[in-house]
Write a protein that binds this ligand. Structure first.
Ligand code: AMP
Ligand code: TRP
Length: 333
C-alpha cells in the first residue's frame, strides 16, 4: 500500500467456473488501470461460494486455478494485495457484527437472494440470505472508498452503504461510505451467440463465451461461429449487436479506436472481421497461457503470493476490527 493517492479500492470475485474474455476486458483490464493510482485489494471470496453446494475437492482445485488465472491475466502481486477471503478471519468476525445491524427485511429484498432461492430451491440456507452482509464486511473491513463491481452487484453495494451509515450513526464515525466504480461504457462484452446478452461464465451455450483457458483452435471456431446479421456491412451501431461486439473486442484488445477498426474493414465481409478478431484474441491471450503454465509449475511461488497477501490484509483488517470492537463496547483483548 504505497500509492500517493491514499484511496482504497476493494473488489471480490467468486472462484467459480473459469475467467472469460468478458472478465478480462471488463474487469481485469480496468483493475490494471486502478493499480497505478490507488491502493487495491483483490480478494478471492471463497467463503461466499460456500452458499451453494459444492464438491470440496473440485472447489479446492478451482480456487487455486482461479487465483492463478488472475495473476496470469496480469494483476501485479507487488502492486495489489491478492488473497483468499477465508485466510483473513476478520471478514467473518465483522460480518457477525454487521449482521446484528442489518434487518431481515433488507436482506429479503435483495434480487440476487430471490434469484438464487429460486434456482436452489432445495438449499435456501441462511448464508444465501446473509451473503450481502459478508460482502459489506469485505468492503468495510478495509475502509474501501471505491468498489469496482458489475451492474448486478449495485444493490449489494447500496446495502453496504446503508449498513455503514447506520453503524456510523449508532457508534460514531467508523467507516467511509464506499462508491461503486463501474467499468467504462463499451466494456460490456456480449455473448457471441446471443449478442444482446452479456458474455457469462455460466452461460449454458459455451459457444457464446470465450474462456481465457480455451485453446487457440477453440477460440478460432467460436469466433468464426459468432452470430452477426445479414447486412454484411461492418458498422458500429446498436442495430447490429453481433458486429458491434466483434468491433469492441477487436478495438479493446488491439489497442486501436473503434473508428480505426471500422475503417480497416470497410467493404470487406464479416468473414475477415471474425478471422482477424480471433487472431487478435489469440495473440492477446498467448502471454496469459504461458504465464498460467509458468505459475502452475511454480506453486510454491503462488503460495508465497497469497500468504503474503493474506498477511498484509490481516494487518489492515485487525486495525479496523480493533476500532470496531472498541466502538461497540467489547472488552479489548
Ligand atoms: P462475474 O464473472 O459475474 O463474477 O464478474 C466478475 C467481474 O467481471 C465483474 O467486475 C464483472 O462486471 C466483470 N464482467 C463479467 N462479465 C463481463 C462481460 N461480459 N463484459 C464486461 N465485464 C464483465
Ligand atoms: N458478490 C460479488 C459477486 O458475486 C463478489 C463479491 C464479494 C464482491 N465481496 C465483494 C465484489 C466485495 C465487490 C466487493 O460478483
Amino acid at each position: 500500500m504505497s500509492n500517493q493517492n491514499d484511496k482504497i479500492v476493494f473488489s471480490g470475485a467468486q472462484p467459480t467456473g473459469s475467467l472469460t474474455l468478458g472478465n478480462y476486458i471488463g474487469a481485469v483490464k480496468n483493475w490494471k488501470t486502478l493499480e497505478k493510482e490507488y491502493n487495491c485489494l483483490y480478494c478471492i471470496v471463497d467463503s461466499h461460494s460456500l452458499t451453494v453446494r459444492h464438491d470440496p475437492k473440485e472447489f479446492n482445485k478451482t480456487s487455486l486455478s482461479f487465483l492463478v488465472q488472475y495473476l496470469a491475466s496480469g494483476l501485479d502481486p507487488d502492486k495489489n494485495i491478492i488473497y483468499f477471503q477465508s485466510h483473513v478471519p476478520q471478514h467473518a468476525e465483522l460480518s457477525w457484527v454487521l449482521g446484528c445491524n442489518t434487518y431481515i427485511g433488507e436482506l429479503n429484498r435483495m434480487t440476487q437472494f430471490k434469484d438464487k432461492s429460486e434456482k436452489h430451491k432445495d438449499n435456501i440456507n441462511s448464508g444465501l440470505l446473509t451473503y450481502p452482509v459478508l460482502m459489506a464486511a469485505d468492503i468495510l473491513l478495509y475502509k474501501a472508498n471505491l468498489v469496482p463491481v458489475g451492474e448486478d452487484q449495485k444493490q449489494h453495494l447500496e446495502l453496504t452503504r446503508d449498513i455503514a451509515n447506520r453503524f456510523n450513526n449508532l457508534y460514531g464515525e467508523t467507516f467511509p461510505i464506499p462508491e461503486p466504480h463501474m467499468p467504462k461504457v463499451g466494456a460490456r462484452i456480449m455473448s457471441l451467440q446471443e449478442p444482446t446478452k452479456k458474455m457469462s461464465k455460466s452461460d449454458e451455450n459455451v459457444n457464446g463465451t470465450i474462456f481465457l483457458m480455451d485453446s487457440e483452435d477453440v477460440i478460432m471456431k467460436k469466433m468464426k461461429r459468432a452470430v452477426t446479421d445479414s447486412e454484411n456491412n461492418v458498422v458500429y451501431r446498436d442495430e447490429q449487436p453481433g458486429v458491434k461486439n466483434l468491433i469492441t473486442i477487436h478495438s479493446r484488445l488491439a489497442g486501436i479506436s473503434i473508428d480505426e477498426v471500422v475503417a480497416q474493414y470497410e467493404g470487406k465481409g464479416y468473414g475477415a472481421l471474425k478471422k482477424d478478431t480471433a487472431e487478435v484474441v489469440i495473440e492477446s491471450l498467448r502471454p496469459f497461457k504461458d504465464r498460467y503454465n509458468e505459475y502452475m509449475n511454480n506453486l510454491d511461488y503462488v503460495e508465497n503470493i497469497y500468504k503474503k497477501g493474506a498477511k498484509r490484509a490481516y494487518e489492515l483488517a485487525e486495525d479496523t476490527m480493533t476500532l470496531v470492537r472498541k466502538r461497540i463496547g467489547l472488552i479489548q483483548k
